[in-house]
Design a binder for this molecule. Structure first.
Ligand code: DQA
Length: 145
């Protein structure tokens, strides 16, 4: 299985931004953690991050016939980007929504995910492990969207 990991705005700043929420591990630690999962699950991973909505949309389109599934942490776009919702609906491969924090237990504006209904499942609140649970979900039942 070939999985695209897509990280949205400000995720490059973890370790520095709001450590009381996101912890002290950096984006490079996240990449190392994810790369460590390749051999554990015998999968291929491509890890991308962008702060730009349009680039995330382009990467979703690009991924459609090149990957078997996507793990998407859309950052704050989660809460208002109908364009990302449409992009997820535009592709055939399954997209798993993930978050480091539990967005249902934070500020009111974070409680809404506008991309949720376009995704096959949402996993949150487990830190880096949210991504691993997303990968496990794709391995188990991700093939049919
Ligand atoms: C986040 C939660 C979002 O609300 C926030 O804007 C982020 C990170 C998370 O991983 O917990 O940038 O997606």
């Amino acid at each position: 299985m070939n999985i695209l990991i897509l990280n949205g705005p400000n995720l490059n700043m973890i370790g520095i931004r709001e450590p009381e929420v996101y912890g002290y591990k950096t984006y490079s630690d996240l990449e190392d953690y994810l790369n460590g999962l390749k051999s554990k699950y015998s999968i291929k991973l491509d890890i991308k991050q962008s702060n730009l909505e349009g680039i995330l949309i382009d990467l979703l389109h690009y991924g459609n016939d090149r990957f078997d599934g996507v793990i998407l942490n859309a950052g704050a776009f989660t809460h208002y980007s109908y364009a990302l919702y449409d992009a997820i609906k535009s592709i055939q491969i399954p997209v798993v929504e993930v978050h480091l924090s539990d967005i249902t237990k934070r500020e009111e504006f974070r409680k809404i995910s506008v991309i949720k209904d376009a995704c096959v499942t949402s996993i949150m609140g487990l830190g880096f492990q949210s991504y691993e649970e997303g990968i496990k979900f794709l391995l188990k039942e991700g093939i049919n969207k």
